[in-house]
Design a protein around this ligand. Sequence first.
Ligand SMILES: [Zn+2]
Length: 256
Amino acid sequence: MILPLASGVFAPVAPSDRPVCWAVTGRLGGYSVGEFSQGNIAPHVGDDPLATSRNLNSLAALVGVKETDLALMQAAHGSSIARVHGAGTFPGVDSLITDRAEVGLVAMGADCAPLIFCAFRAGDTPLISAVHCGWKGIVSGVVEATIVELRERGATHIRSVVGPAICGACYSSSTDRREMIRSSTQREVAEAVLRAPGGIDVREGVIAQLRIARIEPVVVGGCTYGNPETLFSYRRETRTGRQGIVVAMREFQVPA
Ligand SMILES: [Zn+2]
């Protein structure tokens, strides 16, 4: 089984709420071998489909659902959001949102930052979301777009968990790309992303975007590039697996 780097539950705050379970994974545990060893959860990277399926089943179990309950993204490095009512694979989006229980939303990464949201609403079922964000996602504002939608749909208390991503010291980048980030994001976000000389730190940018929105995230895992034993990194290995994050709302309702 996949060993989570961390997992937890956001406990309900009102009778209409449901508990929201989340887990962040890395390489360890799981059934994949070779460059995908062990915990690859991505079906699109060339891994043995049976091993990937078993890993996805194990990922689902971490939040109390089944593989057939998972909603996956084919990320597009943009800011499009899919409103999800059940399991499936959703192409061309970097954010999934649902108000349904027993659906597991998954975001994957191998240097890009995977994150989730749990948004409690007064007198209504919570919303949950999973988001994939790389440097293009920082520029296109996928995290902000997701927060805007959660608040437009009545979110009052928003929690977030951010998984592992490559750090600024390990991700050197062109001046052009750094300039694009500087010119298209708020000053605090650009400063966070570009703090390392010549580098891009996507996760620090995501955290800065969350804090601007008054959300203090739980941050799990270290630099993907710098931890080859425990984390997949595309920039380090190219042919490699994906770790990720999963979130699911459970059916259980707090007695009124
Ligand atoms: Zn690093």
